[in-house]
Design a protein around this ligand. Structure first.
Ligand code: CTP
Length: 406
């Protein structure tokens, strides 16, 4: 097949963001992509993102007069060699199995005679539900190739089968369908040859040999980013404050305690292609650190005089070795996006990833397992849904890989 033409139907699930990376892989592999976005899908990814990545118009509605004059939904399927439904939600599988045609995606899937590859992603109980099992059987009997979902930690916080496979694995299935030799296993990973510097965790600012000032950061988000970057082939230096997490596979970890030690370690780790400063660095440290343990007996409570710590992120932004892509984090409680935009400019960084700590998950963001982030760049803001920090880490690193590939 000369140029395989893929019609990608993006359904409404958290995994919809992975369709962005899938489009990149299909195009890199020599394919052409046209996207159909369902109403649900549009709540997770924008037509603008899919259109920019596919360099083709994105189709969202059955009731587009201009397209219907040309029988748009029939035309869309005629022009495709393969229809890929990714992510395929439980609802979408049910509609496909029952032959319901109530939107553009469902209609073209009913009207098509082209091969269809469905890549499901959903909560594990939805995947195992008798109705879904039945629908998958019906679809397979009708010749639809339904990919088995991966097992793992899901966005809903549960562990099991239901995760969308990694885009590379989906691309391999598409390539096999289109008669393209699958990429060899030794194909370079997206961040191969890149150096990614990550800071993570809190800093401890000593008061005396046994006491210190700290914050609630667990390091989980930074560690997840470091792990994802290493998995995508980067050389990763992780400058870490005191945490209780294991070092992710393939990551060079440098342990520090104070903000000044972190500042030194970061400077030594440069140059890097990308720096992601996730650490919750203490803004202040004690001006005088007592040489011996401060005794309480007979003495008034000590007054702690504080002085400002170096702003590591701002220093790196002004460094001659400033990484080409410099990313800061910001924990905000109000005017999240405006404050993040302002911080991006003030600190001279490329992206600010704002942690939304104002919602109901407030208690759980710092130190907790999930995170809701907004990626603020010069081009605008992308809102990611609440996800486990591991998933947020992968989503951020996928965007880093896309940015570096431009
Ligand atoms: N940061 C840093 N060094 C510091 C303080 C923060 O490198 N001494 C980095 C963090 O790793 C994070 C970002 O800067 O990437 C967070 O900035 P933050 O401290 O939230 O912003 P401020 O400029 O202090 O603004 P404000 O306190 O007003 O929110």
């Amino acid at each position: 097949m000369a140029t395989p033409r893929i019609l990608l139907v993006v359904g409404g699930g958290i995994a919809a963001y992975k369709s962005c990376e899938l489009i990149r892989l299909i195009r890199k592999g020599g394919g052409e992509v046209t996207c159909v976005l369902t109403d649900g899908g549009a709540r997770f990814v924008t037509p603008l993102a899919l259109g920019a990545l596919s360099e083709n118009p994105v189709h969202t509605t059955l009731w587009d007069l201009k397209n219907e004059v040309e029988m748009g939904h029939i035309q869309l399927s005629r022009q495709a060699d393969l229809i890929v439904v990714c992510p395929a939600t439980a609802n979408m599988l049910a509609k496909m199995a029952a032959g319901i045609a109530d939107d553009l995606a469902a209609t073209l899937l009913l009207a098509t005679d082209k091969p269809v590859l469905a890549v499901p992603a959903m909560n594990l109980r939805m995947w195992r539900h008798a109705a879904t099992v039945r629908n998958v059987e019906t679809l397979r009997a009708a010749g639809v190739e339904v990919v088995e979902p991966d097992e793992g930690m899901m966005a809903c916080g549960e562990f099991g089968a239901g995760r969308l496979p990694e885009p590379e694995a989906i691309w391999a299935r598409i390539a096999a369908h289109c008669g393209i030799a699958p990429p060899p296993a030794q194909q370079p990973l997206p961040l191969a040859g890149r150096h990614v510097l990550v800071t993570a965790g809190p800093t401890h600012e000593p008061i005396d040999p046994v006491r210190y000032i700290a914050n609630r950061s667990s390091g989980r988000q930074g560690y997840a980013i470091a792990a994802a970057a290493a998995a995508m082939g980067a050389r990763v230096t992780l400058v870490s404050g005191p945490v209780t997490l294991p070092t992710p596979a393939g990551v060079d970890r440098i342990d520090v305690e104070t903000a000044r030690e972190m500042d030194e370690a970061v400077k030594r780790a440069l140059p890097a292609d990308v720096a992601v400063m996730v650490a919750a660095v203490a803004d202040w440290r004690t001006l005088h650190v007592a040489g011996g343990k401060i005794k309480k007996r007979g003495a008034a409570p000590p007054a702690l005089l504080l002085t400002e710590n170096p702003d590591i992120l701002a220093t790196v932004a002004g460094d001659p070795l400033r990484p080409g892509l410099l990313i800061g984090f910001a924990a905000e409680t109000e005017n999240v996006i405006d404050n993040a935009r302002d911080k991006r400019r003030r600190k001279g960084v490329d992206w600010i990833i704002a942690n939304d700590v104002s919602g109901p998950g407030r208690q759980s963001v710092m130190g907790g397992p999930v995170n809701t982030v907004h990626i603020v760049t010069a081009a605008g803001t992308e809102d990611l849904p609440e996800m486990p920090k591991e998933e947020v880490g992968r989503a951020i690193v996928e965007r880093i890989a896309l940015a570096l590939a431009q």
